[in-house]
Design a protein. Structure first.
Length: 121
């Protein structure tokens, strides 16, 4: 993915921080992270028991997502930008039992992502 492991780490760090901080008043106590290969792409899923997303955040057109009174709104915006730059998709939802669900789908690296072999070696 563009940015490689650094970008991936930033995606994960921002999502974990969001769950830990919640909406500024309530935060997640439990977080489940799943990673799988599905349909030829990576699927990273985070499920928490925090306050979930506001209806405005779920319908926003990927503007600044500000869920905290003192937040900058840049955490999920950064995640969304990094995921889209990699050709992936970010999906935000609320869980029926309460809390947030975040799904990140990233394409598997193609042949161009592999180091080139020097035929003269």
């Amino acid at each position: 993915m563009p940015g490689g492991p650094i970008s991936f780490r930033r995606i994960v760090d921002n999502l974990l921080l969001n769950a830990a901080q919640g909406d500024g008043a309530t935060h997640a106590h439990n977080l489940l992270v799943k990673v799988a290969l599905e349909d030829g792409r990576y699927h990273l899923q985070l499920l928490d028991d925090g306050p979930g997303f506001s209806p405005e955040m779920l319908t926003a057109k990927r503007q600044r997502f500000n869920s905290k009174p003192r937040g900058s709104g840049l955490g999920l915006l950064t995640v969304d930008a990094l995921v889209r730059a990699a050709g992936g998709v970010l999906v935000l939802a609320n869980r029926q039992e309460g809390g947030a669900r975040v799904d990140v789908f990233l394409p598997l690296p193609g042949p161009s992502a592999q180091p080139s072999q020097d035929a003269s070696a």
